[in-house]
Design a protein around this ligand. Structure first.
Ligand code: ZN
Ligand code: ZN
Length: 328
């Protein structure tokens, strides 16, 4: 069953057209949205609509610009070549800090656009970087991933981690974390530990060597041994107090995985996924009226709409700042 759902916002912003193309039972249903009347006298509404549309366009541009500066889109780093000293300085002084300059709410559209468009390239760089010859690039890529909105609020990251494309990622990141990274503020051990917890929750447990979790048993035990060093300040990179919680949480999750039977560990991780997925698009309901529906937004594939009215309501209500075409 495959649904195509396209939407376009007319340039004068007074009509929204959408097409549902359903290949279900070989008949094609197309639903055209009626023109949505918006008072052309309502200049405030128009100004707000224009501002939101500008923000969406800017988010995509900024996301692509970051990807380019990280060499995710063109001029990829050749094997064995690290960022230049100038690039490394730019990462530390400008690019990585800029990912958290504004409030989370202001950054969200840009971070979601980056997640939708550049996650596969970022993950490929993390798994292919060589620790000996590319330490700065490797550390940068892992910390960029750690600064993206968590899977609970980032449908693109959630879908990516749950897909075969994430193969290799949990073990590689755990391995590098236990051996140390070049920390670039505002990321730090807390951010990477929160990322590792997400990898345990969202990646397929079959990726790990004992099928209990996506990180191999030996690496889980190394992680368990590394965390107290950070918490006690025995490493030079003592996390700020505010991030201690992420380290302690990862320690608890690791214990839960290894102190239970394999079946109990799987059930624990599945339960964590269910809890964090509550209210999110894993649901079968229209995200506006909550009627059960099979129709997915074909652009982002992260939300369901029962039809044209609810799609139009959601788009105007902010979905246009969350809806980006995912790279595959
Ligand atoms: Zn609906
Ligand atoms: Zn969408």
């Amino acid at each position: 069953m495959d649904y195509i759902f396209s939407d376009t916002l007319a340039s004068d912003d007074i009509s929204l057209s959408a097409t549902f193309d359903s290949s279900l039972d070989d008949t094609t249903t197309q639903v055209q949205l009626n023109t949505m009347p918006v008072s052309t006298n309502d200049s405030l509404t128009n100004a707000l609509d224009n501002a939101v549309r500008d923000l969406r366009d800017a988010s995509i541009l900024i996301a692509d610009n970051i990807a380019q500066r990280l060499r995710l889109t063109s001029k990829c780093l050749p094997q064995g070549v690290d960022f230049s000293a100038e690039e490394a300085r730019e990462m530390c002084d400008d690019l990585i800090p800029s990912m958290r300059l504004q409030s989370d709410q202001e950054m969200e559209p840009m971070m979601l656009a980056f997640s939708a468009r550049h996650l596969p390239a970022l993950a490929a760089c993390i798994t292919s970087c060589d620790r000996a010859t590319q330490p700065v690039a490797l550390s940068t890529y892992i910390q960029v991933l750690s600064l993206l909105p968590a899977p609970e609020s980032n449908a693109y990251l959630r879908a990516f981690l749950s897909s075969p494309a994430a193969t290799g990622l949990p073990n590689v990141i755990a391995w590098h974390f236990t051996r140390g990274l070049h920390w670039i503020a505002p990321s730090g051990p807390g951010h990477v530990c929160a990322l590792l917890t997400s990898l345990l929750f969202w990646c397929d447990a079959a990726l790990g060597d004992d099928t209990r979790a996506s990180i191999d048993a030996r690496l889980r035990s190394e992680l368990g041994a590394t965390l107290p060093l950070y918490l006690s300040g025995e490493t030079t990179d003592r996390p700020r107090e505010v991030r201690r919680l992420a380290l302690e949480r990862l320690a608890v999750v690791l214990k839960r995985i290894d102190c239970a039977s394999a079946a109990e560990a799987c059930e624990y991780l599945a339960g964590a996924r269910r809890r964090h997925g509550v209210g999110r698009p894993a649901q079968r309901e229209c995200c506006v009226c909550h009627r059960v529906t099979e129709l997915l937004c074909s652009q982002c594939k992260t939300v369901r709409f029962c039809g044209k009215e609810c799609q139009a309501v959601a788009w105007k209500d902010g979905h246009q700042l969350q809806c980006f075409t995912a790279a595959v």
